[in-house]
Design a protein around this ligand. Sequence first.
Ligand code: ADP
Ligand code: NI
Length: 219
Amino acid sequence: MNYDLTEIKTFAKNCLDGDITGHDYFHVDRVAQIAARLYSVDHPERDAHTVFIIQIASYLHDTIDEKITDNVEQRLAKIHHLATIQALSDEDQNNIFDTIQNMSFSKNIEHHHQLSLEGQYVQDADRIEALGAIGIARAFAYGGKHDNPIYDPRIPVTKLTSHDQYRTKQETTINHFYEKLFTLEDLMNTPSGKAMAHKRTQVMRNFVDEFLAEWNLED
Ligand code: ADP
Ligand code: NI
């Protein structure tokens, strides 16, 4: 088996080039590194093949997102082609496709999809990227691009109930912290992912506390 990621990385770079909402190549590169690190902490024996599958799924995970492309089918076909070049087994290919097609937060609002071990590390790393200082920056970049206000105390925080509602609902970016970001810590799959998410959630809670104190002139 050839563990070369060059073709996969080049494909991801081409797909994500120009994104300004935090789904750029730097994001997937960090997801690959975080996911491999979390897996290595929990599994010190560190199976090289498992790490390779984790890395491939990490680099590919946002390339087929409907936010990033209008042509998901074409992207899937290209990934099939890459997987063939890479000589991945059917089992590995199924694992990678199942992961990248089912790991998103929005896909799991209505039904929980059970991911493979590799998928669980990629999903945890992607969630960690929505937390902490980077998560704060990404949330406001996303909110700005989608014309959402930073905050409006008249718009209530509500519970998310469906994929469509998540994608279409008018909300403030501060509400997004309560509706999604503060819930992620409890959704983590892996022990090392949970620990890292806890630390980064704390950073975000401190930020929102400070934001609201300043908003209400209480600081
Ligand atoms: P997933 O790919 O898991 O479905 P998203 O693509 O919805 O997750 O989220 C990716 C990034 O965009 C995250 O950092 C997330 O916090 C941010 N984001 C998504 N929706 C919003 C929103 N309504 N307001 C602010 N940030 C958002
Ligand atoms: Ni992502």
